[in-house]
Design a protein. Structure first.
Length: 164
């Protein structure tokens, strides 16, 4: 089986990153229209001096087969940044080849080298990748619930009058 290599993404990878995001949305049974990211937004926010995220690209025989998009977040209890994995995606034909493991191992190496003592991610409860994460030694935090405020909610809250 051909070797999997992992490298840091460059601006020319923006389309590949977007394709992986769309692939992940489709895997999660979401329509393409739910993905609002564009090649331009990925270039703007993922590269340059004010980037908001970093991306790793997994390749097999020089062709992209997956990506991991991540950023730091801060753990007040640990008193240190941690790595938050926003998206991990491997194209269907490369699943089971070690691409996911290679990406996760590279993320752990980045976290360790930066002194980030934790790697966090969210996964849908029906996703079979949960077993993969368990095999890596990850635990699910079943007592914690994810809450989200969407764009309309952010706007409404920003203008809301306090009760009382």
């Amino acid at each position: 089986m051909p070797e999997i290599t992992v490298r840091e993404a460059v601006p020319d990878d923006a389309q590949t990153i977007l394709d992986c995001i769309v692939g992940l949305a489709e895997f999660e049974h979401e329509p393409r229209s739910t993905v609002k990211a564009t090649v331009e937004s990925i270039r703007r926010d993922g590269f340059g001096p004010d980037r908001h995220f970093e991306t790793l690209i997994a390749e097999r025989e020089g062709r992209p087969v997956g990506m991991a998009l991540f950023f730091p977040h801060y753990s007040t209890w640990l008193g240190t940044p941690s790595l938050y994995l926003e998206d991990l995606f491997v194209v269907p034909e490369a699943r089971g080849t070690g691409a996911g493991f290679a990406l996760m191992q590279a993320l752990a190496q980045i976290a360790e080298s930066r002194g980030w003592n934790r790697l966090d991610l969210s996964v849908l409860d029906w996703n079979p990748a949960r077993e993969f994460y368990h095999r890596l030694g990850m635990t699910d935090e079943s007592e914690w619930l994810l809450y989200r405020l969407d764009e309309d909610g952010v706007s409404a809250l920003a203008r809301m009058q306090a009760d009382g």
